[in-house]
Design a protein around this ligand. Sequence first.
Ligand code: ADP
Ligand code: MG
Ligand code: MG
Length: 886
Amino acid sequence: DKYVYDFAEGNRDLKDLLGGKGANLAEMTNLGLPVPPGFTITTEACKAYLATGREPDGLAGQIEAHLEALEREMGRRLGDPDDPLLVSVRSGARFSMPGMMETVLNVGLNDHSVVGLSSQAGGNDRFAWDSYRRLIQMFGKTVCEVPGEEFAHALDEAKRAKGSTDDLDLDADDLRGLVEAYKKIFAGHTGREFPQEPREQLDLAIRAVFESWNAERAILYRRQERIPADLGTAVNVVTMVFGNLGPDSGTGVAFTRDPGSGAQGIYGDYLANAQGEDVVAGIRNTVPLQELEQLDPKSYHQLLDIMARLEGHYQDLCDIEFTIERGKLWMLQTRVGKRTAAAAFVIAGQLVDEGLIDLDEALHRVNGAQLAQLMFPRFQLDHDFVPVARGIGASPGAASGTVVFTSARAVELAAEGRSVILVRRETNPDDLNGMIAAQGILTSRGGKTSHAAVVARGMGKTCVSGADEIEVNVPAKRFTVGGHTVGEGDVISIDGTTGRVYLGEVPVMPSEVVQYFEGSLDPAHVDNALVRAVHRIMTHADDRRRLAVRTNADTGADAARARRFGAEGIGLCRTEHMFLGDRRELVERLILAATDTDRTDALAALLPLQRQDFVEIFREMDGLPVTVRLIDPPLHEFLPPLEQLAVNVAVAQERGEDVAKEEALLAAVRRMHEENPMLGLRGVRLGLVIPGLFAMQVRAIAEAAVAVTRDGGAARPEIMVPLVGAVQELETVRAEAEKIIAEVVGDSGVEVLIGTMIEVPRAALTAGQIAEAAQFFSFGTNDLTQMAWGFSRDDVEGAFFWRYLELGIFGISPFESIDRDGVGRLIRIAAEEGRAARPGLKLGICGEHGGDPDSVHFFHEVGLDYVSCSPFRVPVARLEAGRAAI
Ligand code: ADP
Ligand code: MG
Ligand code: MG
């Protein structure tokens, strides 16, 4: 097997094998860009190592051969005492996992080659010893698990001895001393001397990179980002180039457009006289990339040329890492860059304008999760809120919460349901848990490319980074800013778009994208790149999609909003909400009815109220279909809870009051108690045992439709019977309903469809029979999921879902995204057999899944006619339905 590829042998399509970093280094090499020579060890080698605990046969020999070729090309031998070749050993998986795995720089340095390195650099001892101490530090931490703080501590100690806080003030002798201190720390923790043999360093570093695939933080990150656990990482061995050779050297990171807003123009950070990891770690403050034009105009312009070439080549925003070694530019990494949701839309629109991609491709490059983010509320600042600090808007959104200073505390408070803002000087991969738990992240150091910024953008979390007016004191659990002291437990608000930080809780307002959907921002007239781009891409999605999008709405107001958001009807109007509030008393009367007349009276009193609800909804949805579900939940849900009632009765009795009514109610509640209400007397079963209940609802619907139509409107009601498991249930309800409808509708021209939910597995499995009696099916995927799995949504989330997610039994909760293999199979069967029995049978879905991007793609594949989701999800479903169709 071939386990090692020279950079010249790979290309960007080999990401599975070479990882993203390796594939793109190869691509740049083949574009003729200045990439330091090197080779990539494949993910296959990593997988083999992780499976067996040892390097696969043949790997060592192949590494040897590629190393020799590299040495020949560079005219230097790895770790040669007089003129050493040094390499970096870098992780790089299929999907970018920023900072999650390991990299070791300067491999090949030892007590002898450090001298050779110095003469290579023209007698630069300081540089050589600085490189050596970095190797021991990185190697110790990564390969041998020596606690990083110990090295950091020794470095601080050396700076203190020098009376400085800047590592640039340490001279060659100080650094030589530091190397000695580091070696002692290394030996103290590992029980062995720091390995002097270059090839041993290389092999151990490669092995450590393999193993870093299973580091705890990498596992956590993969779970969060839904990256499969079995991909493995590639390992890149790259000739070292040095940004720490003096003021004419340096290192930086850049984006070809602003990854925050999508605005055109270069965007990046540069740090002179430093090695790559210094920039990301925020050790020293970087300068904006534009300043490189003064420092080194030749490299600067070469860099701009390369960035333009990369954009043209990848036809997308790229991010890059580069190093300048004494005026010579080297490219160390590129990839299609992460970006905020807003930038994703704006850039997709720009690239269409620039003729680089077409509208289908633009639609492909954005997604519903991003659109959902753009619909988050914004701070409403027309109040007296003055920012206390301003940092970099690193990841957009508006977040308020309680200040915490440690990842652990963030997790604790979030578990109590509190909204927290994690405040740190800078974050590192160990903060990942806290970042996941927090509502927002605030750091006092680091730019748009810092760890906090990159990870927060990836998670869609609000983040302000580099707010340097803030003095963070983690041990004392407080920060100070402009004379204010903010401690753990105080509330602050951060704006990840503007980078502003406020004390207290700032009220929020709808985002611009929501204002656009609401119709209050006209894309033809606003000077807002984001709104224009969203409009353009949404329009294209609507052109492309085959699935219709309806909404779940129970009130006229919800219906109206959803319609503005693009809903093409109502897929689920629940009627039980119409039994609450002051109507509860009528429902009680219905339940307690001792005689037919009592019951008929109660129903007669409910009828006009229900009718009025439907009139409002039909008016708002004029001309569009409205699916009304007959009452579904068990009736005791409308009665007071048993304990409360028992207490009331006892108290009233004590006072000598008349408790006949309460006692009757109490008896009814006892009688109706169910051990397992989810599987009890509900849905169609209610209709079959309580005479007149469904009839009243059907009458209310039909009368409302006739009333609206007589007023010149067009009502298109679809009556949906819940929880059907057998065709006979539906036939019984339907026979009664049709009689009422015929009587009410007369010659008004109103047409009322009757169909059923498919939410009991038996219904899915007998869909061919049920379709004979149903004019449409609507998949109730919430219940269908509960019943297919045999667990109740309300009970399982906290009880064991975490464990199932941990074990990988689910990749994601089946209530969030449709379980294709199980529940999805039931849907397929029902769709196929239903349509075979009744060609043209209308099929829709009305569970929460209707607004979930992955599920929408599944429903498209299965051939449903529409999805229905909550009003706010309607635009997301429109976008994803369009994406599913291209
Ligand atoms: P990550 O994936 O965490 O960014 P990298 O493998 O890219 O890790 O490396 C960490 C840092 O070291 C980056 O800033 C990178 O540019 C720098 N670096 C890696 N290899 C070399 C090299 N051969 N010469 C100089 N700098 C390097
Ligand atoms: Mg990198
Ligand atoms: Mg249901």
